[in-house]
Structure formats: C-alpha cells, structure tokens
Design a protein around this ligand. Structure first.
Ligand code: ADP
Ligand code: MG
Length: 255
C-alpha cells in the first residue's frame, strides 16, 4: 500500500463568542497515491473544514493528518487547493494568473516557465494566455484555475466544490476536462461535492459523512469501469443504483 494521505482521528470544535460549535466528531481514512476520493455529506457537516485541516490552514482540535507519513503542521507546496470560485485575479492575464504560485514561491527557473507553457498548450489555453479572466467562459476559467493549482507540481489536489458555480451543462463538461487533466498528470485528488452524481462519476471511493459533529457513515468502493470518462460513467448501468443508495444514505439514514 502506498498511502499519500492519512487522517487519523481528526476532530474539530470552533470556539465562537456565542459558544462552541462541534464541527468534526472523529474522522479517519487514508488515501492511496493516484486515487480519486470524493467526500459527500450534509451542508455544514465540516467538509470544507476537513480540507482546510489537510491543507495545514487550520489546526484540528484532536488527531493528526499525515502526508507521505509526515505530520501536517503548516501549509506547504505538496498540496494544491482549488476552491468553488475560480479566484483568478481579474487584473492579471491568464498566463500571469497561472504563474502566480511560482512567483510567490520564488520559483523562477526556465523549467518552471516551461511547465506553465506546456500546461497552457496541452489544455487549450495557449491562445488565451494574454487574455484577462473576464474574456473567458466560466469553464475555461475553471480550467485555468486548475492549471494554476498544478503549476507548482503538488502531489495532492484538494477540490472544494470546484464546479458548483457553473451551470449544469458546463459543469459536466468541465468536470470531464478536469478529471482527464488530473489523471494525465497522475495526481491524487480529494473532491468535496454536494452533487451525488458528480461524486459517482469521478470517484474511486466515496466517503459519506454524517451531520455535524461529523463521523464517517460509510466508505464506498465505486466499481464502475475506471477507463471511462465521467460523462460515460453516467451512462453506466450501475450508476442509478449507486445514486439511489447514496441518496438514501444522505437523506434517510443520516440522522
Ligand atoms: N470560522 C468558523 N467559525 C465558527 N464556525 C464555523 C467556522 N467555519 C465553519 N463553521 C461551522 O462549522 C460547521 C462546518 O462548516 P464547513 O466545514 O464549512 O461545512 P461544509 O463545508 O460541510 O458545509 C458549520 O456548522 C459552520 O457553521
Ligand atoms: Mg463547504
């Protein structure tokens, strides 16, 4: 087994002026290198908090996270974090946006410039490198945001509802795009989503959380054909059975 990420009895309580909010009860699971994990659960159950803890941006109240066996204590370059909104800077061109993580880290060598150029070319944004985000479609902006996340070569990608701001059709095709890029670049990904169909169409395994303080309700191995694209997997005969099962878990068994 080649585990890149381990969550070891993570818990979290927020302390606010109006009292304590127990957000995460106790969560443990591991992710293997190259795996695509989806996390689903009721709104407010602590999904974003879990990703922030994995990214080293938030300290858990208990437990620890290990990446490649090493305890996470602060953010570092081995993780790429992509959020719901593309968060590209409107006053920078696409190429400048994509290069930003490298500039911040002071990685200026030609190998890094080459990496950015080849990612832009490979994923259809080369012609738009001099354009500003407002000149691109929502889907292209999300692709640019992913390339920016990839430019500093993280091993592990954390995706927090990255498609939810897009309309339904765009969401499905951008999800296909992003999935293909992540697989081609051989990354490990943890995707948080509230969309059950999205989770089934991309994930090797789905972690289902309870209401807060969240615990793991179930972890499912999704046994659909992994050579198919997410869009094709939606047509697979097992798809609706998985949907029904997860829907039931989220809506009836999640008390
Ligand atoms: N900074 C914060 N201070 C206090 N409470 C918070 C903070 N961030 C999140 N919470 C609370 O913790 C719970 C989990 O939040 P979050 O991780 O954002 O859940 P999810 O992403 O699953 O919707 C929610 O009830 C939310 O209100
Ligand atoms: Mg959230």
């Amino acid at each position: 087994m080649n585990e890149i990420l381990e969550l070891d009895r993570i818990s979290l309580t927020y302390h606010t002026p109006s009292g304590e909010i127990p957000a995460i009860g106790s969560i443990s699971f591991s992710v293997e290198n190259g795996e695509f994990i989806a996390i689903i659960g009721p709104s407010g159950c602590g999904k974003t908090s879990i990703l922030s803890i994995v990214a080293g941006l938030l300290k858990p109240s208990g437990g620890e996270v290990r990446i490649n066996g090493k305890k996470v204590v602060k953010p570092d370059g081995s993780i790429g974090y992509m959020l719901q909104k593309d968060e590209l800077f409107p006053w920078l061109t696409i190429e400048q946006n994509v290069r930003l993580p490298l500039e911040i880290k002071g990685l200026k060598g030609t190998e890094y410039s080459e990496k950015v150029r080849s990612l832009l070319k490979k994923y259809g944004l080369w012609e738009f490198r001099g354009s500003y985000p407002s000149e691109l479609s929502g889907g292209m902006r999300q692709r640019a945001a992913l390339i920016r996340t990839l430019s500093s070569s993280p091993d592990l990608l954390l995706l927090d509802e990255p498609f939810s701001a897009l309309d339904f059709q765009t969401r499905i095709s951008v999800c296909d795009d992003v999935y293909e890029i992540i697989k081609k670049e051989k990354k490990t990904a943890v995707l948080v989503t509230h969309d059950i169909t999205e989770a089934i169409s991309v994930a090797d395994r789905i972690v289902v959380l309870t209401k807060r303080p969240s615990k793991i309700l179930n972890i499912h191995d999704i046994d659909t054909d992994k050579t198919l694209s997410p869009l094709k997997r939606r047509e697979n005969k097992d798809f609706s059975a998985w949907f029904e099962r997860l829907w039931r878990e989220l809506n009836y068994e999640n008390k």
